[in-house]
Structures are given as C-alpha cells and as structure tokens.
Write a protein that binds this ligand. Structure first.
Ligand code: NAD
Ligand code: DAU
Length: 332
C-alpha cells in the first residue's frame, strides 16, 4: 500500500510516518506538507527514506494535491494549523487549511475513489467538567482552532453521506512526546526548565488535559485506517488525565528545577477547563494505550535533554518572535 500523508513533517504526522514505515515493510508513503513554522523535515530523518517521498505543497491547492496523490491508495490528513493560542491571534489561516484544505483533499479522495482518514481532536466537543465524551456527544467547539477542526470534520461526514467517500475520523486527546514544536505546553515547559527560563501557567493552572503518548496515537491511527467503518468517528483518549500545574511540577522535578520558575500569567481567552475522551470504540478494534503518563513524561524530558540539535534551531527565529508576542518576555 502507498499512503498520502498530509502534514507528515509535523509532530504527530512524522511520528505516524516513522512508525508506519518501520512496522509495514511493504508499504510506501508520500508526505505532502507546506512546511509552515511547525513543519520540519528533520522530524522525518529517522524514517526509511527508500520508501518515503516528500512533496512540498499546500493541501488547499488542488493542483498540488492532485500531483501528490497519483498512485496512492489512501489519504491520512494530519495537515492543520494546530495551536489554539495562534488561532486566537490570527484565525484566518486556520479556516483556510483546516476547513478549505480538508475540502480539497475530500474532493481528491472522491475523484480517485480513495479511503480517507481525518485526524481530528477532542476539542471539537468543547469542555467537559465530569465524565468523558463519546463519539455521539454533540460538537461544541470554543476556539477558532477547534471550530475550524469541527468544520473539517463536518465536511468529512458530508462527503461520506452524500458521495459515499470511504471516509473516517479519529479524534485524539492531547498528544505529547519527541519532536513536538515548543509552542505547546509540555515541550515549552521542558525547554524553559532546561534553559532556566520562567514557565508561563495560564490562569490558576487547574485546567485538565487527557494525555496520550504520540506513538500510541500513531498505532491507533493504523488500526482505525485498516479496521474502522467508513462514516464513523473513533475517539482516541489517553490513559491519564492531569492538571496543567501538576504537569509543570513533574517537568520541573524531571529537569532538576524548583517551583520558583513558575510564572502565573493571564488566562487564555475562552480557555476550555477539561477535556476527556472515552476510547472504548477504538479499543473495541483491538487498540489500547501502552504508555502511561508517568513513563511518557520521563521519556519525553529525556528526549529533549538529549536532542538539543533538534530543538536549538526550532527554539529560535520565528518561535522567539511568537514567544515575545504571546508572553511579553524574551527567552534567555
Ligand atoms: P503540527 O502543527 O505539529 O503539524 C502540522 C503540520 O501540517 C506541519 O508539518 C505543517 O507544515 C503542516 N501544514 C500546515 N498547514 C498545511 C497546509 N496548508 N498544507 C500542507 N501542510 C500543512 O500539528 P500536530 O500537533 O502534529 O497535529 C497534527 C494533526 O493532529 C492536526 O490535524 C491536529 O489538529 C490534530 N491533533 C493534534 C493533537 C495534539 O495534541 N497535538 C491532538 C489531537 C489532534
Ligand atoms: O486536546 C487536543 C489538542 O491539544 C489538539 O487538538 C491541539 O492541536 C493541541 O495544541 C492541544 O491543545 P491544548 O490547547 O490543550 O494544548 P496546549 O499545549 O496549547 O495547552 C495545554 C494546556 O496548557 C492548556 O490548558 C493551556 C495551558 N498552557 C499552555 C501553554 C502553551 C499554559 O498554561 N501555558 C502555556 O504556555
């Protein structure tokens, strides 16, 4: 099988490509990626390049998609603008990529008769104070990011319902692990802690996220792509939930720093308090998470400590400018 993986130079897409090629020696992958600030070809360096083709291009460009898709047997769409804070600052790109780009890919899947998997998020359900969302929970997105992802998901369902496209959706909880861009909470905290920079905690830090190790999500994607039913949604929730302030405390401990680095800052606008997903439907296909948060966070801290060659360039340039705009302070 030859898969088109869009957004495959990002955090989760690259983990998927590395794992998929390693576990499926007969398969090939074409990555189509625009290489935005979040895309990084180094993320794909450990993958088997004899079975990997990289194409730089935009999923919102039908010609780029048509060229990349030739000879592929299926599409997995990771490409998105993915950071909530950037969507609050500048929502336009989110609509273009996450909604219109998804539409372009669905048109291509329809024309070529290809199976299509949309990588989506628990954020489309909004916030839940108690219990867990299931696949039948109503969509109630709160941020421009989650609204753009919900828009993409609705198009996927419509293309299945109207045109019979063999399309499925996976919705995951917060991923963490190696190669994650340091705008997100966990890598931002680790790198700030290692450097001795202050760690910005939004509001009271009591918001809760449901943490999923990225390789576990990569495994779930393969299971759903192969065994999932077209037209269905599959939630992939992580095995553990944790309040942000507790995540920060564990990272500080892992980096040999104390709580003096914590900096309580203004809350995120419209901040969702808690996410939680039931993974029962995905588990019924034979998947389960293998990495608990205690182990995953240790592995992640160790990876960043050992891979300055990756994060050194990443934590400079555009990121420093973004950081100053977002937090009103410079990185050390
Ligand atoms: P990321 O920001 O690390 O990577 C996104 C990738 O998409 C980058 O390589 C970027 O260059 C590429 N891209 C962006 N716009 C593009 C365009 N118009 N055309 C082609 N490529 C484009 O994101 P991530 O964290 O790896 O997330 C991947 C997917 O998983 C996204 O769809 C996201 O919504 C979803 N998701 C993420 C999480 C999480 O915790 N990170 C959880 C659930 C779902
Ligand atoms: O739930 C899945 C989603 O998880 C994905 O769809 C998104 O692509 C991904 O970015 C992530 O969204 P979050 O907003 O939950 O992740 P983030 O790492 O930005 O923030 C996690 C929590 O930490 C959130 O409550 C906000 C808080 N936070 C974040 C940053 C960057 C802080 O307190 N300080 C920070 O500096």
């Amino acid at each position: 099988m030859k898969l088109l993986v869009t957004g495959g130079a990002g955090f989760i897409g690259s983990a998927y490509v590395r794992n998929h090629l390693a576990n499926n020696p007969g398969d090939r992958v074409v990555v189509l990626d625009k290489l935005t600030y979040a895309g990084n070809l180094t993320n794909l360096a450990p993958a088997d390049h004899s079975r990997l083709q990289f194409v730089e291009g935009d999923i919102a460009d039908p010609a780029a998609v048509a060229a990349a898709i030739e000879t592929c047997d299926g599409i997995i769409n990771f490409a998105a603008e993915s950071h909530v804070d950037r969507s609050i600052e500048n929502p336009g790109e989110f609509i273009k990529t996450d909604v219109f780009g998804t539409f372009v890919l669905l048109e291509a899947a329809r024309d070529a008769g290809l199976r299509y998997l949309q990588i989506s998020t628990d954020e489309v359900y909004g916030s839940i104070e108690q219990g867990s969302f299931t696949e039948t929970s109503p969509l109630d997105p709160s941020s421009p990011y989650s609204a753009s992802k919900a828009g993409g998901d609705l198009l996927v369902s419509a293309f299945h319902h109207t045109y019979g496209v063999e399309a499925l959706i996976v919705r995951a909880s917060n991923n963490y692990g190696p190669y994650q861009f340091p705008e997100k909470l966990i890598p931002l905290c680790i790198l700030n802690a290692l450097a001795g920079d202050r760690i910005p905690v939004y509001g009271d830090g009591l918001q809760v996220r449901n943490w999923l190790y990225v390789d576990d999500f990569a495994a779930a994607i393969d299971v759903v792509f192969r065994a999932g039913e077209p037209g269905q949604v599959y939630n992939v929730g992580g095995p553990d939930e944790c309040a942000n302030i507790e995540v920060v405390r564990r990272i500080l401990e892992g980096c040999g720093r104390d709580a003096g680095l914590i900096d309580y800052v203004s809350d995120r606008l419209g901040h969702d308090v808690r996410y939680s997903l039931s993974a029962a439907r995905t588990e019924s296909l034979g998947w389960s998470a293998e990495v608990r948060f205690d182990e995953g966070i240790e592995r992640t801290v160790a990876w960043y400590r050992d891979n300055e060659a990756w994060w050194g360039p990443t934590r400079s340039g555009e990121y420093r400018e973004y950081y100053e705009r977002q937090y009103g302070r410079t990185l050390g």
